[in-house]
Write a protein that binds this ligand. Structure first.
Ligand SMILES: [Ca+2]
Length: 126
């Protein structure tokens, strides 16, 4: 009896260890100035310069957000990267995912948004 109890306890402990061991790795850190895996990254100027704004989530309004350089984000994006592994990202010219829109494929980047989209984006959705 005693041996069987100890074995059951050992098996339970092993099960807990397996759960802990399967926990996911480090998450991408939003707004840390680094364009990490799973993030979309907007830049104030072309060629990924002038300040960065990086996040792994959807954002319905750019109002109240700022590039790392201190510039306001709304209507000020001039280049971008989509480091999401699976999802395309769509940038919109208006808040709440409305207005004109531009899709950028997974693991793609745009060094320049040219005159059509330069300084126009106000929200994005994966
Ligand atoms: Ca980041």
């Amino acid at each position: 009896m005693k041996f069987r109890t100890m074995k059951a306890v050992a098996m339970a402990a092993a099960a807990v260890a397996a759960v802990v061991g399967s926990s996911s790795g480090a998450q991408a850190a939003a707004f840390d100035g680094s364009c990490n895996d799973h993030e979309v990254c907007n830049y104030r100027l072309t060629s990924y310069t002038g300040g960065i704004w990086d996040t792994p989530g959807d954002v319905s309004s750019y109002v109240g957000h700022y590039f790392s350089s201190g510039y306001t984000l709304n209507d000020r994006t001039s280049s971008l990267k989509n480091n999401a592994d699976i999802y395309d990202v769509t940038h919109y010219t208006d808040a709440n995912y409305s207005g004109g829109w531009l899709d950028t494929g997974t693991n793609s980047a745009r060094a320049s948004l040219y005159t059509t989209w330069d300084n126009t984006f106000s929200s994005h959705y994966f």
